[in-house]
Write a protein that binds this ligand. Structure first.
Ligand code: ADP
Ligand code: MG
Length: 321
């Protein structure tokens, strides 16, 4: 990429619209950013590798959206607000049309989320996208995995299982007739909705939070482990879109819902004293979340079926192409 590395950066990655708190952005040795008084900086980074985290067939716009949004999902899980990001791009070759589509999609999505591109690195090699997102939280209000106790209520946002269903569609292990459903699932995979609004409204209310990237059981397990408690959840309470129900055998469906990754919903816990507050937010429609169970003393995660039997859980394994 060395030949026109500088013009490439200049052309595709130098403007990013609104840039609050940026004293110095793309173009110097480092960016200089202003952290507002009373705020802490939160930082996260994720790498997406072609053929591992997205299929070789993915369009540049899809790759851009997914890369930014999976990072924003981590910001949401902390209850933070995103402000800035950096981009380390490894490209097999310089394709102007690829770069044009990628940067347009990236910068418009970034603008939508109020997050501006402030720097990066460009190298040659197998296609890989690394983004680091920086955000802020009011001092002391970050939602960690480690703050919950026995008796706290467990909630999840949105709906579960569609990330895994989308993967099954992409690797052709299920076939879907309905164009509507196909596009909903692809949208879910390539443009997951980071739950930033939800995360922010859980500050000082939730006792722990995580975003669901590895599957509900695994990620709720992380909360339990960090907090030194366990979890009991009820399968029938898990939010699942009706269209998903007919798509696969029950056993497969259960795996999608419980152990499939890539949903990017939030799983969070609420102490007794804040439960009425959360329930009121849910009833008023301000928060799209569902009560699914309770944290308990006994370590590990158990899911109960409609007859009150503990369900056998598949360990969420490595998948992704
Ligand atoms: P250095 O050698 O000092 O690391 P680079 O040549 O890597 O500088 O980058 C020059 C400038 O361009 C830096 O400000 C860097 O942050 C920015 N930059 C490089 N690649 C990208 C990219 N893919 N997206 C955004 N900014 C980039
Ligand atoms: Mg560099």
């Amino acid at each position: 990429v060395s030949l026109n590395e500088f013009s490439l950066i200049q052309k595709y990655f130098s403007s990013s619209g609104e840039s609050k708190g940026v004293t110095l952005g793309v173009g110097d040795d480092c960016a200089i950013l202003d952290i507002p008084e009373g705020k802490q900086l939160v930082a996260t980074v994720d790498t997406l590798v072609e053929g591992v985290h997205f299929p070789v067939s993915a369009s540049p716009a899809d790759i851009a959206h997914r890369s930014l949004r999976v990072n924003l999902s981590d910001i949401a899980a902390m209850g933070a607000d995103p402000h800035w990001f950096t981009l380390a791009l490894t490209l097999p070759k310089v394709s102007e049309s690829w770069l044009c589509d990628f940067s347009q999609a990236l910068l418009s999505d970034a603008l939508y989320f109020g997050c501006s591109l402030v720097g990066g690195d460009t190298t040659a090699g197998p296609l890989s996208i690394t983004m680091q997102v920086l955000g802020t939280i009011p001092i002391g209000s970050g939602l960690t995995r480690g703050g919950c106790h026995e008796g706290d209520s467990i909630y999840v946002t949105g709906s579960l299982g569609e990330g895994a269903a989308a993967l099954a569609l992409l690797d052709a292990s299920v076939s879907i007739e309905s164009e509507d459903i196909r596009s909903r699932l692809l949208q879910r995979f390539y443009r997951p909705e980071p739950r930033l609004k939800e995360g922010a409204c859980l500050r000082n209310v939730a006792s722990a939070a995580i975003d669901i990237s590895d599957g509900l059981i695994a990620d709720l397990g992380h909360i339990g482990k960090s907090s030194g408690v366990g979890a009991n959840i009820e399968f029938d309470r898990l939010p699942v879109a009706p269209f998903l129900l007919g798509m696969a055998r029950q056993a497969c469906l259960n795996d999608w819902i419980l152990s499939g990754g890539d949903d990017y919903e939030l799983c969070f816990t609420v102490p007794r004293r804040n439960k009425d507050f959360i329930e009121a937010l849910i009833h008023s429609g301000e928060l799209n979340a569902f009560y699914i169970g309770e944290m308990c003393k006994e370590l590990g995660v158990r899911c109960y079926d409609s007859r009150g039997q503990v369900m056998e859980l598949k360990k969420s394994g490595y998948r992704h192409f």
